[in-house]
Design a protein. Structure first.
Length: 191
């Protein structure tokens, strides 16, 4: 059984996690698809809530066993992926899935789900604003900040491959635009 999928992406620091919380607070019957990762857990994060935190060996085993819909090495040594078992379980519960994934993972999911998915790119107002947000977050050192900004430039070039682009220049405005687009997609009849 296949349900609908809402795929939301942005460069790191683009505000997608904040907008996803905004969305999920306003539309019932959404379920968050928890990604798997090998990156280190941050102090506030909980396993199986924010991510499925896996060792690199466990992640590789799941790759070889075909357990992922998609996966990618986003940063050197940091793998992310979408587990098939989670998607099947949530659809069985009748949920519309919400994915918070990197840009390349979002494109892979859009291809996999086809017309059952709405792929949304959250655009920062500028690279300068993005750098300011990443700096304020306090999770990056100089090297990782540089890597994220370089990756963001590449990711911004992919925005045209998505079904819709929302500029996150003001959280309430961008949040309402996101809610409206998702409601319209969910309410549309299946193809």
């Amino acid at each position: 059984m296949q349900g609908k999928a809402i795929i939301i992406t942005a460069p790191s620091g683009g505000g997608k996690s904040t907008l996803i919380r905004y969305l999920m607070d306003r539309i019932p019957n959404l379920a968050f698809s928890v990604s798997a990762t090998t990156r280190q857990r941050r102090s506030h994060e909980k396993n199986r809530v924010h991510y499925h935190f896996l060792t690199p060996e466990d992640f590789q085993k799941k790759i070889s066993e075909g357990d992922f819909i998609e996966w990618e090495e986003v940063y050197p040594g940091s793998y992310y992926g979408t587990l098939k078992e989670d998607v099947k379980r949530l659809w069985k519960e009748g949920k519309t899935l919400v994915f918070d994934v990197d840009v390349m993972g979002a494109l892979s999911l859009k291809k996999y789900f086809g017309p059952a998915a709405l792929a949304i790119f959250i655009m920062p107002p500028s690279l300068e604003v993005l750098e300011e947000r990443l700096t304020k977050r306090g999770t990056e050192n100089a090297q990782s900040l540089k890597e994220r900004l370089e990756r963001a430039e590449m990711e911004l070039e992919k925005a045209g491959f998505f079904d819709t682009v929302i500029v996150n220049d003001h959280i309430e405005r961008a949040g309402e635009e996101l809610v409206n687009k998702v409601k319209k997609f969910i309410d549309a009849k299946a193809l």
